[in-house]
Design a protein around this ligand. Structure first.
Ligand SMILES: [Ca+2]
Length: 251
């Protein structure tokens, strides 16, 4: 009778764990079954909602001050170049957005991506043909910049659609770096240009603009194109390929 009971127990155990056998532990997934689609779906959902990264911390403790003095269009004196050295004048430069030192965001990416505006290269890059397109830079916490000049380089190629109507703006508050949150933030004008024809409609042109007065210090800087560009047939494509900022950075 006892032998029969042992046989029955062994037989039933083998039926319950047919893959692992009763000499081994059952697989972890058998003990803690999880819905197969749950994790990947949640992951996909977070991505679809829009990743909103924030810049990394400075390598040295704040507060520090960096004064970026303009010398020529496309020089390496600017705040964004300094950011590309991880806020260390002796550091080597890399794309500050790719490295996570700042975050660049564009209202839309029809050709190229926002990372093009800080990559120290000129290319064909632009938003969709939509009114009030913009580019924004998050300098990260606890940084803020009081700007005195800024440089803009238009995209490469024929008929680049030089910038004509825009506002340079700053803010210190946004719910996140998502496109919708940045669009909904309250921005303060730093420099406003209307029908400004300074920039030739020639591919890869740099122009540096001087800010009148002393603006506040802002962590987020944005350029909003709030009027038609200077293309052969003016439209709303925002085709800035590079920007640089000058003034005093607290970091
Ligand atoms: Ca570029």
């Amino acid at each position: 009778m006892k032998r029969l009971a042992i046989f029955a127990l062994v037989f039933l155990s083998a039926l319950r764990f047919p893959q692992s056998g009763f000499a081994e532990s059952p697989p972890e997934s058998f003990l803690h079954p999880r819905p197969a689609a749950a994790f990947p779906f949640a992951f996909w959902k977070a991505d679809a909602a829009g990743a909103t990264p924030t810049p990394s911390a400075s390598p040295s403790a704040s507060p520090n001050t960096f004064v970026a003095t303009y010398s020529s269009d496309g020089d390496t004196n600017g705040i964004l170049t300094f950011a590309g050295k991880n806020f260390d004048a002796g550091g080597s430069w890399t794309n500050p957005h790719t490295a996570g030192y700042v975050v660049a965001v564009r209202s839309s990416d029809e050709t190229g991506t926002a990372t093009h505006i800080v990559n120290h290269a000129v290319e064909n890059t632009h938003t969709s043909n939509v009114a009030n397109s913009w580019i924004a830079i998050d300098l990260g916490s606890p940084r803020s910049a009081v700007l005195d000049k800024y440089s803009i380089r238009i995209r490469s190629g024929a008929d680049p659609r030089a910038i004509r109507n825009w506002k340079l703006q700053g803010t210190n508050s946004t719910a996140s770096n998502s496109i919708s949150h940045l669009a909904a933030a309250t921005w303060t004008d730093i420099d406003v240009r209307v029908a400004d024809t300074t920039m030739a409609n020639t591919g890869s042109t740099w122009v540096t603009y001087t800010i009148t007065g002393t603006p506040g210090g802002y962590r987020w800087i944005r350029i909003l194109q709030n009027g038609l560009n200077g293309g052969a047939v003016p439209d709303n494509y925002f085709t800035v390929s590079e920007i640089e900022l000058y003034g005093t950075l607290s970091y």
